[in-house]
Write a protein that binds this ligand. Structure first.
Ligand code: ZN
Length: 426
């Protein structure tokens, strides 16, 4: 067979028709969680398979099985083993890849407990994990065969924390399902958490564009109980025993607040149907974090709690980049200026066509001067993604640039709406 024929065949067998019929042909309506250890050094990485876990709910769509965004530093495919058909795929980023950019990674090796979720396949399937290089080219770094019928697949053995519906508007398959997890709340604090869930749902739907489509979003809460109240603050030598093990000063950055063990986070989230995870941290200190298709965090007691939620959720849900470029957490040459970044709200102008070029009014100068007359102009403003030069943002101000609640620029709003549609299309 010629190479050409092979390619054609791969294309034909790779096409999956949309529809719940297709879903039911390949999947049970529950979740398969694939746990693994992601370890390595600055230039090396390894994925070591761990447990396979059957979880009772599938919070995702029954029709949007194939990723259409191309976001994230990683990507995974699930193929039907017999036919090779691509039956599910998603992009995501990880804490591991951020750690690789730290000083520690130059001399040490470290492992992170990570996990991906997919609908539960009925037949043998092949999982492939890819990583994007600095040029955004995907490379296969891991593959494994899953035998749902033969393998020992665990059912959940984790503590059954209390779960509550906060605002549920319909079938999880047709809604964006957000789960709030409690972190740093003791049993005595838990009444605060349920109150906070309502407040945080209100912060999200109180901001554009979420408010326009609030009936497309379900909110649920899981009351993870911590032994101690508050959260670890290594900078102040305070270490607390909390349910999810979150800590300020992640990778030495004071305001960066993450939980290193993602499997513990998934243990709690899997108690309800969910698409996206937000961890509400019982602290007054300003801080949070968000990684695409991983999870986001934010503190409850700070006066900027609403901003922290929508900014960090912008990263984890919609894959939005930071639009700021002067900061104590500035990273040297985080983006390759010769490559178009994957995030929808910044550009190096290398491939601006596939970003927001179509939203520019005719005659808008590129780059666009950051002058008062252009305050309401969609343009191409220099300075974004931790770099004052060579990376551009769409608007002078935005929730992804400054501490401003309910101030997403038109490009971020569009990206968020596209993502909500992806999760909520029947
Ligand atoms: Zn923006």
């Amino acid at each position: 067979m010629s190479n050409f024929m092979l390619i054609v065949l791969v294309l034909i067998t790779g096409v999956l028709t949309a529809g719940t019929q297709t879903f039911d042909q390949y999947f049970h309506r529950k979740t398969l969680r694939y746990d693994y250890i992601h370890s390595g050094t600055r230039n090396k990485e390894q994925i070591k398979p761990g447990k396979l876990i059957s979880e009772p709910y599938w919070g995702g769509s029954l029709t949007q099985l194939i990723d259409t965004f191309g976001f994230g530093r990683y990507h995974f495919n699930l193929r039907d083993a017999k036919s090779g058909t691509l039956i599910y795929s998603r992009g995501f980023s990880t804490l591991f890849v951020e750690w690789q950019d730290t000083e520690e990674a130059k001399t040490k090796r470290k492992g992170f407990r990570e996990s991906i979720v997919m609908p539960f396949p009925k037949d043998d399937a092949v999982l492939e994990i890819y990583r994007r290089d600095k040029k955004n080219v995907l490379h296969l770094i891991f593959s494994d065969k899953i035998h749902p019928g033969k393998e020992k697949i665990m059912t959940r053995g984790v503590p059954s924390w209390e779960k509550r519906d906060i605002a549920v508007h319909g079938d999880p398959a047709e809604k964006l399902d957000i789960v709030f997890l409690a972190e740093g709340y003791t049993a005595d604090d838990m009444h605060l958490f349920w109150d906070d869930c309502r407040k945080f749902a209100g912060y999200l739907t109180g901001a554009a564009p979420y408010g326009e489509v609030s009936e497309s979003i379900n909110f649920r809460g899981v009351g993870v109980i911590s032994d101690e109240s508050g959260v670890s603050l290594p900078g102040e030598k305070i270490f607390r025993k909390t349910g999810l093990g979150a800590s300020f000063s992640t990778f030495g950055s004071e305001r960066y607040l993450m939980a290193e063990d993602f499997q513990r986070v998934r243990d709690a989230a899997g108690l309800v149907p969910y698409d996206q995870i937000f961890i509400i941290v019982n602290s007054d200190k300003y801080g949070g974090g968000g990684i695409y298709n991983f999870y986001a965090t934010g503190t409850r007691g700070n006066k900027e709690a609403g901003f922290l939620l929508i900014h960090e959720f912008g990263h984890s849900f919609a894959g939005l980049a930071d639009e700021y470029y002067t900061s104590e957490v500035a990273v040297d040459a985080f983006y390759d200026l010769q490559t178009e970044p994957w995030e929808p709200n910044i550009t190096t102008l290398i491939d601006f066509e596939r970003k927001w070029k179509g939203m520019l009014l005719p005659g808008t100068p590129v780059p666009t001067p950051a002058i008062p007359a252009n305050e309401q102009t969609i343009g191409v403003f220099e300075g974004a993604g931790y770099s004052a030069r060579g990376i551009y943002r769409p608007y002078q101000e935005c929730t992804m640039k400054s501490v401003r609640y309910d101030a997403f620029c038109p490009v971020c709003r569009r990206a968020i709406l596209q993502m909500i549609r992806f999760y909520s299309t029947p």
